[in-house]
Every structure is written in C-alpha cells, then in structure tokens.
Design a protein around this ligand. Structure first.
Ligand code: NAD
Length: 507
C-alpha cells in the first residue's frame, strides 16, 4: 500500500510536479522525510541491480545518437528544459523546501540557479571552442577539438538536490554526453520531479535515454557507478571522506573524476571594513540553509580592535533569526536534514566546549517535531579538531587576530579550500588576500560572503574540497575529450624537433 502523502501542501506539490504516481508502499522502497516534521513524505522505489544495468545500457545506447546531434541543437533541448523549469519553479522550489528543510526563498533560488545554468548551457552550445596552434612544420596545420566523452555518472549531495545535477547534466548534455544520476537518498522526490521534466524535454527533441536516474538508499549503487568503466567521468558532490574513496576508485580504472567536496570557509573582517555589510553577509553565510551549504561560513576571523563590537552585533542579529517552518515567509532558518545531523551538531558544540570554547549564542536544540537547532556562535581556536573539520550545521567559530599575516594564515590553516572572503577597505590587504600567497581557496570574495556563488564562474575548491570545477567559465571541458589534430597538406614529411629519419639510400 502506498503511504498517504501527509499534508495538503505536500500532496498538492507532488501532484503539481506529476510525481504522485511514482511513489510506492513502504515495503517496496525507501522513505523521503520532511525534516521540518520528522515525518515520512513518501516512499520511492529502490533501484535494483537490474535497474542499474538497464540505466547504463540506456545511457550507452543514447550516447552515440546524441553525440552526432549538432551542439546548437543539443542546446535547443536544454532551452526547452529551462522553459519547463521556469513554469515549475514555484512547485519545485516548494518540494526542495519540503524535502531538505531549506526555506522557500532558497528552494526557489535553487531552481533559478538551474534556469541560469540552462541559459548558460544554451549559449555554450555554440561556443565549444578549440584552439588553432602554429605548427613548426612546413605546410602543417594543428588544432584541438573537443569531442563528447560518453555517459557521465553524476552522484549528488542532499543539500542542493536539484541544482548540482543541473550544473553537471545541462553542461554535459550540450557537450553531447548522456547522464546517469544517483541523487542523495535524502532528497529522492526532488530528483524524481527534475528527472520527469528532463525526460519530457529530451523526448520532445529525439533525445530519449540521455537522462537516467537511479534512486538508492545504500552505498551500493554509488559504488557500482564509481567502479564502472562504462562511465568515463564520475562527477561526485558530497563529503570529503566519501570523495576520497571515489577519487581512488575512479583513478584505479583510469577514469576521470570531478570532485566537489566539503568546505570549511572563513570570513576575515578587519577594522576598515564596512561592518554593516559584513554583518549581513556573515549572517546569510553562516545561518542560511541552516549551515548546510558547502560554502557556509564556518569560521569568522575578526581583527581584535573590532572583535567586541562585532560579536555584540552578531549576537543581537542571531537573536532576530526566526527558526521554523521553511514554507513561512518570515522564517530565515529551517531544520537540519535529519536526526544524525542534529546529533552531529550537539557533539560538535560539546567538543568545542570541552576544548575551552565559549558559546556566545545558541548551542541548543529546539523542541520537536523536526530537526531544529538554534544558530550558534562559539568563541574558539582554529587548531581545535572540531574547528578543523566541517560540521554540517549552523555553527560559526569566532576567532581574533592582531596582524593581517596571521589572519591569512588562519584562513588557510584547515584541510579544506573551498570558499573564503575578506571584508576590508584597505587596498593593500585586499590585494594580499587575492595574491598567490593569499587565500588558498577555489573561491575568494572581497566584501561579500563565502556563499551564494553565481553560475558564470567555475565553482570548486582546492585541497580536501576536491579540486573540481563545475558550472561556468571553461568547466565544460571536463565533460569532453580533447583531441589534438595535425594535418600535413604538403608533399614532404618533416618530423617534429627537426629529426632526420631516413634510410641510408635516401640520405
Ligand atoms: P555524502 O558524502 O554523505 O553523500 C553524497 C552522495 O554520495 C550521496 O548521493 C550518497 O548516497 C553518495 N555516496 C555515499 N557513499 C558512497 C560511496 N561509497 N560511493 C559512491 N557514492 C556514495 O554527502 P551529503 O551528506 O549528502 O552532503 C553533504 C556534503 O556534501 C558536505 O560535506 C558538503 O560540503 C558537500 N557538498 C559539496 C558541494 C561542493 O560543490 N563542493 C556542494 C554540496 C555539498
């Protein structure tokens, strides 16, 4: 028997997205929960081993057809999907809020990000440029071309259950690749809804089979994808611990990996900063998405001359944050994703306190139902193990510095290297932050916070954050194979580097 979908808004949202039919009984699948209520939203069918083989076969069968479609026509398919996303933005934004607990404005923002990347991909479909090189040999021409790579495996995290797929799949699609997606088991309904829209757009453009979906709640399906040489590229978004295993397994079969892993992002504020601006950015960066973004601000590095004033203002601002139902317009922070996340929050606060940390605000759970906590500020030190790792919760560790060199060193003194920010009006400090000896992160922001990237830039981080780059700039190249072509249009055969290689009779 199907589990009845709980509230009217839940039922209506699934109906608007056309996925009511896809839900199944508890005995046939696994549950998607609403973290704001702690209750089951619906059950979805779990992919079997046979489903895995079928998805790979379909992606492999679709690939040779799709790669022969001219790239601008592939772009037309992505344009149709972008239009469908525009039409379904409200419903999909609501579903994301219901399933992940992020507030409705952020759910809608996630869909907007998908629309933005669709627009970007459409333009890109006419710009998959290669270079022409000057050959050293007479009457030779050299150039490089970019060719479709093959079926791409996309494994995604729960916190951006739709946008990360779009970053990958829409760029991969204009590059001529098919895609097999294994979303997080914590957000399968969003994946179902997105997949349905994607398949409809593909069908309208004779591209059946280019988008595959595998819903699974264990590690088995992800591991099988990672191990399978039929997927020449694995794009993995998730924790550094899993990413490390994925990287090793894919490298072992000479596959290609795109890794988007954990962050531990700092904001530096100096005494010249516009403190109003800094306050708003830090509040959004640390509290937004309940601290469950890879780019969440986790460390605040304050010049000691502004420490007391800024902490007092921050504590007051935290007191104004409305925590509650993600669908209410007044709510700024929803719940954590599940009970395990809430336990990790409790454990991290306790560990920080055991190290000597002082809780400046929050540190407590909110009475249930749902997995709510208070946004939390802790005076801490950078070298504590709890500060060195990413706890996926709204805990901001606050630290002080005297000289700017120390601030830069603290920014970089963590295993992760995803996002970073400086608030300053001092030109020398700003340039030092952006220089080679400055921030070691993939993202460096001046006078804006660590989270909320635009799709036009290449997104990703260094060190334990994985080294991958997705979305804008030239990130598309990861989804194609590069071929260097040399053409000899002369009557001689000169060798590169001037090598003479002739039989004695001809010399
Ligand atoms: P997670 O590592 O638990 O899971 C990520 C995905 O990997 C899920 O789909 C999961 O089912 C799958 N998976 C689990 N074990 C696997 C295995 N052995 N082989 C293959 N796949 C496996 O991460 P999460 O809790 O869903 O997401 C939070 C993490 O993701 C945080 O660390 C966050 O920083 C990171 N994240 C990074 C980015 C980025 O762009 N850098 C974006 C979003 C989230």
């Amino acid at each position: 028997m199907r589990h009845p979908v709980g509230s009217a808004v839940e039922r209506e949202t699934l109906a608007r997205l056309g996925i009511l039919d896809a839900i199944c009984g508890a005995d046939q699948g696994f549950a998607s929960e609403n973290p704001a209520t702690g209750k089951v939203l619906a059950h979805v069918r779990r992919a079997t081993g046979a489903d895995f083989q079928a998805a790979l076969d379909a992606a492999r069968a679709a690939f040779p057809r799709w790669r022969d479609v001219p790239a601008p026509r592939r772009g037309a398919m992505v344009r149709a999907l972008g239009e469908a996303l525009r039409r379904h933005k409200d419903a999909l934004g609501t579903l994301i809020a219901l399933e992940t607990g992020k507030i409705k404005a952020e759910g809608d923002g996630e869909v907007q990000e998908m629309i933005d990347i669709a627009d970007f991909a459409v333009g890109l479909s006419r710009q998959l440029y290669g270079r022409t090189m000057a050959s050293e040999r007479l009457r030779h021409r050299m150039y490089e071309q970019w060719l479709p790579l093959g079926p791409v495996g996309v494994i995604t995290a729960f916190n951006f259950p739709a946008a990360v797929w779009a970053w990958n799949a829409l760029i991969a699609a204009v590059c001529g690749d098919s895609v097999v997606w294994k979303p997080s088991p914590k957000a399968p309904l969003t994946a179902l809804a997105v997949h349905r829209l994607a398949c409809a757009a593909a069908q309208q453009h004779d591209a059946d089979g280019i988008f595959g979906l595998l819903l699974a709640d264990g590690q088995e399906t992800g591991r099988a994808m990672v191990a399978d040489a039929r997927l020449p590229l694995i794009s993995f978004t998730g924790s550094s611990a899993v990413g490390r295993d994925v990287a090793q397994a894919v490298a072992g079969r000479f596959g290609r990996c795109l890794l988007e892993c954990s962050g531990n992002n700092a904001v530096i504020v100096d005494e010249t900063a516009d403190l109003d601006l800094a306050l708003r950015a830090i509040l959004f960066g640390a509290v937004g998405t309940a601290g469950q973004r890879c780019t969440t601000t986790r460390r605040l590095l304050l010049q000691e001359t502004v420490y007391d004033e800024f902490v007092a203002r921050l504590v007051a601002a935290y007191g104004e944050v409305c925590v509650g139902d993600p669908l209410l317009a007044s709510t700024l922070m929803g719940p954590l994703i599940d009970e395990a996340a809430r336990s990790a929050f409790v454990a991290a606060v306790a560990e920080a306190e055991a190290c000597g940390g002082q809780v400046l605000y929050g540190g407590r759970l909110l009475a249930g139902p749902g997995w709510f906590v208070r946004p939390t500020l802790v005076a801490a030190e950078n070298h504590w193990p709890v500060v060195q790792r990413e706890t996926f919760a709204p805990i901001l560790y606050v630290m002080r510095w005297r000289d700017f060199g120390t601030a830069l060193a603290l920014n970089n003194a963590v295993p992760q290297g995803l996002s970073s920010a400086l608030f300053s009006r001092d030109l020398r400090r700003a340039e030092a932050f952006l220089a080679a000896a400055g921030s070691d992160c993939g993202i460096a922001n001046l006078n804006l916070g660590t989270s909320g990237a635009e799709i036009g830039g290449a997104f990703g981080g260094e060190k334990d954050s994985g080294g991958g780059r997705e979305a804008g700039s030239d990130a598309w190249r990861a989804y194609m194979r590069r071929q260097t072509v040399t053409i000899n249009w002369g009557a001689d055969l000169p060798l590169a580097q001037g090598i003479e290689f002739l039989p004695r009779s001809e010399s």
